[in-house]
Structure formats: C-alpha cells, structure tokens
Design a binder for this molecule. Structure first.
Ligand SMILES: *[C@@H]1O[C@H](CO)[C@@H](O)[C@H](O)[C@H]1NC(C)=O
Ligand SMILES: *[C@@H]1O[C@H](CO)[C@@H](O)[C@H](O)[C@H]1NC(C)=O
Ligand SMILES: *[C@@H]1O[C@H](CO)[C@@H](O)[C@H](O)[C@H]1NC(C)=O
Ligand SMILES: *[C@@H]1O[C@H](CO)[C@@H](O)[C@H](O)[C@H]1NC(C)=O
Ligand SMILES: *[C@@H]1O[C@H](CO)[C@@H](O)[C@H](O)[C@H]1NC(C)=O
Ligand SMILES: *[C@@H]1O[C@H](CO)[C@@H](O)[C@H](O)[C@H]1NC(C)=O
Ligand SMILES: *[C@@H]1O[C@H](CO)[C@@H](O)[C@H](O)[C@H]1NC(C)=O
Ligand SMILES: *[C@@H]1O[C@H](CO)[C@@H](O)[C@H](O)[C@H]1NC(C)=O
Ligand SMILES: *[C@@H]1O[C@H](CO)[C@@H](O)[C@H](O)[C@H]1NC(C)=O
Ligand SMILES: *[C@@H]1O[C@H](CO)[C@@H](O)[C@H](O)[C@H]1NC(C)=O
Ligand SMILES: *[C@@H]1O[C@H](CO)[C@@H](O)[C@H](O)[C@H]1NC(C)=O
Ligand SMILES: *[C@@H]1O[C@H](CO)[C@@H](O)[C@H](O)[C@H]1NC(C)=O
Length: 452
C-alpha cells in the first residue's frame, strides 16, 4: 500500500480540488439551488410551533412567495431570508451557503442550535447577518474569502466558544457592526481586529476574553461604541510609545487600573469615564507629566484623591466627579496653575472649604456639588478668579455669600442651592452682566436681587 506516499497524497488532493472547482463551474447557481437550500433548512427544523414552514414553504408555490423570503426583481434569486422570531428549533444546513445572492440573513430570536456553517461566509453578496438569540454553539466559523459587502454581524446571546480566529478580520474590510456579546468566547481579542477600519460598533461584553485589550483598537477611527465589560480584561498600557490619547470611556470595564511598567510619557489625554473602575489610583500615573486632560468620572473609585495630581503641572481639565472619593481635597491641587476645569462633585469629600483651589486664576469651572464639604466662603478667594464661568457648590457651606463675588465678572452660572447660607443676597450679584443662571434655593437667604 502506498498510503503514505506524499506524492500520491498531493496528486489525490490536486484531483479532488480540480474536481471541486470544475463542479462549481459546471453548476451555476439559480433559483433551483435556492429552493434546495431552503428545503434543506426546512428539513433541519425539528420544531415549528405554528407549523409555519410546514404549511407555507411548499413546493407547489414559488419560493419567492414563501414567508420570510424575498427575491430580487432582476435575477430572480433569494435576496432576503428573514425568519426571525418564528420560534424555530433545529440546526443550520451547509446548503445555506448556496444562497449566493443573499443580502440579508436574519435567523435571530429562535432556538436554533448546532454549529454555524462556515459556508455562510462564502456568500459574497451578504450585507447583514443576524443569528442573535439562539443556542448556536461551537467556534466562530472560519472566513477565507474577502467579504467587502458584509457590514453587520450579530451573534449576540448564543453559546459560541473558543477564540476568535485572528485571520477573519482580514476579510471584512467594510464591517460596521460586530456584536458577539453574551457568548463563551475566550482567549485574547486579536489585534487584527483593527484591520476592520470601518467598524463603528464592537460589542464583546459577557464573554471570557482574557489578557489585554489590543492597543490597535486605539487607532480604529470610526469606532463609536465599544463594550468589553464582564470579561477578564486588563487595561494594558504596555510598550506604548508616543501614544497621546488613551480613551477607553464607556468600555463597560469593571476592573482595576493595572499599569504596566511601560512608557506612556507622551500621554496628554486620559479618558476612562463611565466604566466600573475601582481600586486605587496608581502612583505610576503621576509620571505622566504631559497630561492635560484627565477624566475618571462615573467610576467606582473609593479612595482619597492622591496628592500626586498636583504634580501634573500641565493639567487643564480634571474630572473626578461621580465616584466614591473620600477624605480631603489635597492642597497640592493648588499647584495646578493651568487648571481650567475641576469637577469633584458627587463624591464623599469632606472637611472645610478648599480655598487653595480657588487661587488658580485660569479656572473657568469649579464643581464641588454634593460632597460633605462645609465651612464659610472666604471672601478673598473671589479676587483671584477673573475667568470663572461656572461655580457649582451644593454642599454644607454656611455663612454669608460675600459681595465680592461680583468681581468674577465672567460668571455665567452660579449654583449655591442646598447649602446653609444665611444673611442677605449681595445686591452686587445684580450687576454681574454675564450671569444667566443663578440658583440660590434651599438656603436661609433673604433679600432681593437688583438687576442692573
Ligand atoms: C438551474 O440550473 C440547472 C443546472 O445547473 C438546470 O437544470 C435548471 O433547469 C435551472 N433552473 C432554472 C429555474 O433555471
Ligand atoms: C405563505 O405566506 C405568505 C406571506 O404570509 C403568503 O403571501 C403566501 O400566500 C403563503 N403561501 C402559502 C402556500 O400559504
Ligand atoms: C426581520 O423581521 C423582523 C420582524 O419582522 C424585523 O424586526 C427585522 O428588522 C427584520 N430583519 C432585518 C434584517 O430586516
Ligand atoms: C450546495 O451546498 C452543498 C453543501 O455546501 C454542496 O454540496 C452542493 O454542491 C451545493 N449545491 C449547489 C447546486 O451548488
Ligand atoms: C438583526 O440585525 C439586523 C441588522 O442587520 C437588524 O436590522 C434586525 O433588526 C435584527 N433583528 C432582530 C430581530 O433584532
Ligand atoms: C469563563 O471561564 C471560567 C474558567 O475558565 C469558567 O468557569 C466560566 O464558566 C467561563 N464563563 C463563560 C461565560 O464561558
Ligand atoms: C494601528 O496601530 C498599529 C500599532 O499600534 C499600527 O501598526 C497600524 O499601522 C495602525 N493602523 C492604522 C491604520 O493606523
Ligand atoms: C472619548 O470617547 C468618547 C466615546 O467615543 C467620546 O464621547 C469622548 O468625547 C472622548 N473623550 C475625549 C476627551 O475626547
Ligand atoms: C519614557 O520615555 C521618555 C521619552 O522617550 C524617556 O525619557 C524615559 O526614559 C522613558 N522611561 C522609561 C521608564 O522607559
Ligand atoms: C507646589 O509646588 C512647589 C514648587 O514646585 C512645591 O515646592 C510644593 O511642595 C508644592 N506644593 C504641594 C502642596 O504639593
Ligand atoms: C444647616 O444648619 C442647621 C443648623 O443651623 C443644621 O441642622 C443642618 O444640618 C445644616 N444643613 C446642612 C445641609 O448643612
Ligand atoms: C456693581 O455693584 C456694586 C454695588 O452695587 C458697585 O459698587 C459696583 O461698582 C458695580 N460694579 C460694576 C462693574 O458695575
């Protein structure tokens, strides 16, 4: 027997291949092919609660009149197969890949199980594919053909598992939406995903992806929504060079920041708002001396504001609001001589009025709302804030509102509600010409405002 002779193996492979190629050539697909494919699908449906397919998908009528089926006017081939939410159970036949004029395949919201036939990814006309909300299992099907038409892939809420093959992203140049949430995918998110430069929405939440978010995601310029929450991911900032923007806001990340010993010294913008970050604010961040913009709002940091923030000397915008920050506001913040916006609102910061912050002339916005800060407003502070536009204090401050506040002639919004201010509303407020919003309710104030 020559069963191990490599030459014979190669020749045999060659013959099989030629046979396949000639077969494909010899059998041009037409509406009969589509009929066979749909009948193969009907045959695999084991549960059809309303007998819809049994009654409607009959060979006595043209498949173009079948429910869920739409044919093209010109070529008379099936262009849409939409049997979403028919309550069907069963498996998918490989013949689906023979629907070679299909643009839309929507089988979502059924109880389909088994594997996704990879032949689906040989339909070069396919634009939208929705298999969400089924019980499909096994791995992500292989893709070996360029699919420039394919824009949408929804596989959400199935039982797909294994890693995402990295090569598939080479073949999806116009993919706009990829939704794989709520499956059991694991392994690393392939960095090749950045080859899909048209991607706008990427949902990978509720899987078992591990390791690092590929840094290449950072240069996917069309990406608008990225959901990665509930995986085992870490934010890696390892080996970045000259990265100036790290924006992982709205990532759905529930994690701690674990900086790698890499070099992010070029970072100017750090935006991790609207995640579930908790834990500490690592000292390593203090090394990022070029930072101008830091936004950590809407996370779950439950620590004191580290004094090293005061050493980020180029800082212009600092958003730490809507966390659970505790303790006092560090005096070092007073060293941020370029600071324009500081928002520390909706935390549990305590102690007295942080005068030190109010001596930075570049400040335009100060928001300390809803903390446990208390004390009087020292009148001298308003000498140093010529650029102040917005002041929100909604805490436990008391005493009089100093009339010198009218020195802040740029002030547009002054919100001092829900404090314990007493005495008279200074009449000077009346000649603050830029002031358009004034909130003084829920204090113990008297008086009237004279509008100059
Ligand atoms: C489809 O093509 C097959 C041959 O591949 C042919 O026998 C059949 O008649 C064609 N059907 C139609 C509807 O054109
Ligand atoms: C199948 O359903 C479609 C759409 O509801 C309908 O137009 C068609 O007449 C039905 N065909 C049969 C054989 O019941
Ligand atoms: C498929 O049909 C359902 C129900 O009619 C509809 O909600 C859904 O948008 C359709 N899918 C596509 C891709 O058009
Ligand atoms: C349809 O698909 C099946 C399985 O993928 C294949 O064996 C068959 O040759 C195809 N039929 C036609 C007419 O292309
Ligand atoms: C399936 O995805 C398509 C996007 O291509 C969407 O239009 C359609 O509404 C989805 N179907 C369901 C039932 O959500
Ligand atoms: C994720 O992996 C862990 C352990 O590897 C396993 O226990 C868990 O069931 C997996 N979760 C999912 C959603 O696959
Ligand atoms: C995206 O980033 C990677 C590495 O960070 C780089 O190799 C690649 O060329 C970039 N692609 C684009 C289109 O900028
Ligand atoms: C970060 O990205 C989000 C979402 O794409 C965007 O809304 C936000 O403006 C970006 N942050 C900055 C500072 O540009
Ligand atoms: C980071 O990069 C800067 C500028 O290239 C360099 O001066 C510095 O030594 C680097 N630090 C580390 C820890 O690699
Ligand atoms: C502010 O900066 C000065 C000079 O850089 C430094 O000596 C001082 O310790 C800083 N103050 C605080 C509170 O960090
Ligand atoms: C305001 O002061 C009164 C006593 O004068 C005190 O009972 C109350 O708790 C204070 N309210 C706030 C919000 O500080
Ligand atoms: C504002 O009003 C105060 C007292 O009413 C007055 O002394 C002051 O000159 C006014 N300032 C401006 C800029 O009009």
């Amino acid at each position: 027997m020559a069963k191990n002779n490599p030459l014979i193996v190669i020749i045999t492979a060659f013959l099989v291949l030629s046979l396949m190629l000639s077969f494909v050539k010899a059998a041009p697909k037409n509406i009969t092919t589509d009929l066979d494919a749909l009948l193969a699908l009907k045959d695999r449906i084991k549960y059809d609660p309303t007998n819809l397919l049994a009654k409607n998908w009959t060979t006595s009528s043209s498949i173009c009149t079948w429910i869920g089926v739409t044919c093209g006017v010109r070529h008379h081939r099936v262009t849409v197969l939409n049997i979403s939410n028919f309550g069907l159970a069963g498996t998918l036949p490989p013949q689906l890949g023979n629907l070679s004029s299909l643009r839309v395949l929507d089988l979502s919201v059924n109880q389909l199980s088994g594997t996704i036939p990879s032949s689906i990814f040989q339909i070069s006309s396919l634009e939208r594919l929705n298999l969400s909300y089924n019980q499909l299992s096994d791995s992500f099907p292989s893709i070996i053909l360029n699919l420039p038409s394919l824009q949408v892939i929804h596989f959400r809420s199935n039982s797909l598992s294994g890693g995402l093959p990295s090569h598939i992203f080479n073949y999806l140049p116009n993919l706009k939406i990829l939704s794989l949430s709520s499956n059991m995918f694991d392994g690393q998110i392939p960095s090749t995903i950045s080859k899909c430069q048209q991607l706008q929405i990427l949902y990978l939440s509720f899987n078992n992806f591990t390791r690092y978010i590929p840094k290449e995601i950072g240069n996917m310029t069309m990406l608008k929504e990225l959901r990665l929450g509930f995986n085992e991911l870490h934010v890696s900032v390892n080996r970045h060079h000259r990265v100036t923007i790290l924006n992982i806001s709205y990532f759905d990340l529930a994690s701690t920041i674990t900086p790698q010993p890499g070099n992010l010294s070029f970072l100017q913008l750090l935006d991790i708002k609207n995640n579930g970050f908790s834990g500490s604010l690592p000292n390593e961040l203090a090394q990022l001396h070029r930072l101008k913009y830091v936004n950590l709002m809407f996370n779950s940091f439950h620590v004191e504001i580290p004094p090293w923030f005061g050493s980020l000397s180029k800082l212009q915008h600092l958003f730490l609001n809507n966390n659970n920050l505790v303790g006092t506001i560090p005096l070092s913040l007073g060293n941020l001589s370029s600071l324009r916006v500081v928002n520390l609102g909706y935390n549990q910061l305590s102690d007295s009025f942080p005068s030190i912050i109010f001596s930075i002339p570049s400040l335009q916005v100060i928001d300390l709302s809803s903390n446990s800060l208390a004390g009087g407003l020292p009148s001298h502070i308003f000498n140093y804030l010529p650029n102040l536009k917005i002041l929100n204090l909604f805490d436990m401050f008391y005493g009089q509102i100093p009339s010198i506040i009218s020195k802040c002639q740029q002030l547009q919004r002054l919100s001092l509600s829900f404090n314990n201010f007493t005495g008279y509303i200074p009449k000077e407020i009346g000649n603050m010409t830029m002031l358009t919003e004034l909130f003084l309710g829920f204090n113990k104030l008297h008086g009237m405002i004279y509008i100059a």
